[in-house]
Design a binder for this molecule. Sequence first.
Ligand code: FES
Ligand code: FES
Length: 370
Amino acid sequence: MTTRFTVNGKPVSVDKDVKLLRFLRDELHLTSVKDGCSEGACGACSVIIDGKLVRSCSVLTSEVAGSSILTVEGLPKEEMEMFVSSFGEAGAVQCGFCTPGMVMCAKALLDQNPDPTDREIRHAIRNNICRCTGYAKIVKAIQIVARKRNGDSDLQDDRSWKVGTRVPRVDVRDKVTGKGIYPDDIYLDGMLYVVAVRSKYPRAKVLGIDIENAMLVPGVVDIFTAEDIPGSVKVGHIIQDWDAMIAVGQITRYVGDVICLVVAESYMAAKKAKKLVKVQYEELECVRSPYEAMKPDAPLVHEKGNLLGHTHVSRGDIDGALKNSDFVITEKFFTPWTEHAFLETECAVSVPMEDGGVKIYSTDQGVYDT
Ligand code: FES
Ligand code: FES
């Protein structure tokens, strides 16, 4: 079945029924359409379909037959410039991963409501998540875009930058227009896609890995398990004792340990095959908190004991300061768990080099952890 629709004014057709997000990214390479969650929760993949804001990860190509789809790449030049200058001026861009989705959200709002209130803007972007800016600057940016679209002549782009004046980020244009390339936006000729089959249980012994049915999925090139990695490959930020993949007979240490890697010619084929890998586990008692981990008979998360690290920080003459204090309070203090929970797709692209090495583009701070 062939589905036809237009994207940024150009007619396109697709034979497979896939998520619109995957088609826009993997076939048309429209990298402004970001994959933040793949499941309708973040808004990074927002596009405008027949005038309405839609999350492209939540619709199939068959559902948009005959529609007209707009992504950031299809914005008229003048309007694009308004978004670039306004987001830059307001300081509304940090990592920039949410930005094209915010731009589409703002456009859908302003096309319907050219002069929105602050409250209406906040309501419009309520389903688009930004993990960096705190939203206030995005709201301000949309207010500036609205004024520019309405022909406010008081707003002139001030380029008389000097020491002490505010200047936009140097990469604001790339991030607003979706041209800034993140590792997930890298598409290479003949590129293979790898997805990981991860442990279903926090602590379980792997009894068997059956890849037979998964290997039959068209497009699957190979499936690798720990047995395919020569030697012992351990990773870890503080203690390098974590197996890169869990072999048959070994015990997992969290939901997320990698059991095997599926390699395929397309992302969709890899995802399909991943579901067909059958892993047999013997579920074991796990540790659920630092307190459980400290018990003498707790299962070992780390081979040499569950204490990952102990750090004592002191500055100055502590004993003297305490002795000379009018009051001394002894208390236990706890800090909250903090996880930045960035939107950017966690992934890496590795490219074989002519000298036999491999160049790795990673979203991470350490390629060994990606
Ligand atoms: S809402 Fe579509 S990728 Fe998050
Ligand atoms: S700037 Fe919004 S997620 Fe980073």
